[in-house]
Design a protein around this ligand. Sequence first.
Ligand SMILES: C[S@@+](CC[C@H](N)C(=O)[O-])C[C@H]1O[C@@H](n2cnc3c(N)ncnc32)[C@H](O)[C@@H]1O
Ligand code: SF4
Length: 480
Amino acid sequence: MTSNERKKQLILHAEEVFSKVKEYQDMGLICKDGDFVPSVHYPPITRYPDTNADECLKDFEYPADGFMDVYVHIPFCIRHCLFCHYPGKTGECRDEKEKYVSYLIREIDLYLKRFNIEKLKPRSILLGGGTPTYLPPQLFDHLLEELGKRMDMSCCKQYNVDHDPNSIIGEEGEQRLKIMKKHGITRLTIGIQSLDDDVLKVMNRSHNAEQAEEAVRKAVEYGFDVNIEFIYGHPGETIDNWIEVMDRAVRLPVGEIQIYRLKVQAYGDRQGKINTYEGGRQGTAIPDFKTTMMMKQIAIDILNENGYHETLRRVYAKDKRVFSHYAYNQCCNMYDQVGFGLTGFSSYHDRFDINSQYFDEYYSKIDSGELPITRGCRRSREEQIRQAIILPLKNRSVIKSDFLRKTGVNFDDVFQKKTETLKKYGLIEDNGKVVKLTEIGGFLADEVCEQYNSNMYKPFPRENFADGPLNPYLDNELSE
Ligand SMILES: C[S@@+](CC[C@H](N)C(=O)[O-])C[C@H]1O[C@@H](n2cnc3c(N)ncnc32)[C@H](O)[C@@H]1O
Ligand code: SF4
């Protein structure tokens, strides 16, 4: 097949899939303008009330087996990318970085004291951001050293650090790779976003395509498991250049490729500049809903063609045993996970909390010996049940025996009408023991799973959805 014929075939298939998407939109599944909100936590992270550590952690029972997955947040970046909504500081700011790391360590010590333990016992660790590797090498080494002293690593299956490519190339990059090796880091997630230099410029990224590829080669050379991330539906992206980017991505020697749909409106704390982006004037408007959905299908086809298959939602790997343990433990098993740092969040078996997003508040709480938690809540029984469907279903599947163990109720006794409707319209399948999304259901995973949100937590108002059989506001009672 010539490359033109292949391109035509990819486009034709993506158009076919989009026509199905359109049918679901007309039935009320997808909101009328095609916008989406990722289902990442339940209740959604933006909806937690204000609280403090004493109120939020009252009567908290530390898990009997002593395990907690650990998240550590580093809110520093070289510069702000156009699409990014994460709060953080940009530029060198060495003094601030040193101060932050010292407070981070103090915060961990406050937790150890509160939980009355000497060390945390992680199943997995994720150092995310921001860009953890944007810390100067010596400070990065110090942070990893101090973290190491506070962790019992005997059962830690994966130690992951998020990066942007620039931080692991060149002389300093090489030092950081050595430091990570020394501290037992196993997996690197590299945010590449695109391999098209013009698109990278629109994104305001600090690297070009060649540097991104060099970062991947370096990480692989050092023996890390490598996961790379891309955004589709971003200004500057077209079907043509997206096909080239994905073709180039699958030629890289990585185990995992992750694709994110551009989120224009923030669902977290800080609104990135993307929602006021006026690049349309320069011919780089935000691609429309149809083009964005077609890009998604094209990426899936190219990934599948090259032996990459979905292991967790929107993550594609050549080996099905390769995936983020941190994400899997939190979203599929709902294990206890504790988070440190600015905006660091903890997702426990029965509650959720999130730290301050303001540096000053974060520091002053720690100065007064208080954990820097500012929002959170204990989930009600109904919220526990909804969460135990939404997160596993979105990411993999609901195993009915696990669901019963976690919630004390039978899956078949709750949301019967809703589940029947989703089955009838080909979005979920149930083999008696396991409930999972069908192929098209997986393609529309956020929308299908949000069907199980309570009406007060639907991502958009009722009138934003067509008044069809899949309008998410229908049949939403728990029903037992
Ligand atoms: C927490 S960010 C950290 C990435 C890292 N600092 C970097 O820039 O490479 C993790 C990933 O989320 C994705 N992401 C961030 N903002 C997004 C947005 N507005 N829409 C879609 N994906 C986004 C990007 O793919 C990014 O690599
Ligand atoms: S995408 Fe990464 S590097 Fe860019 S602003 Fe966000 S966290 Fe920072």
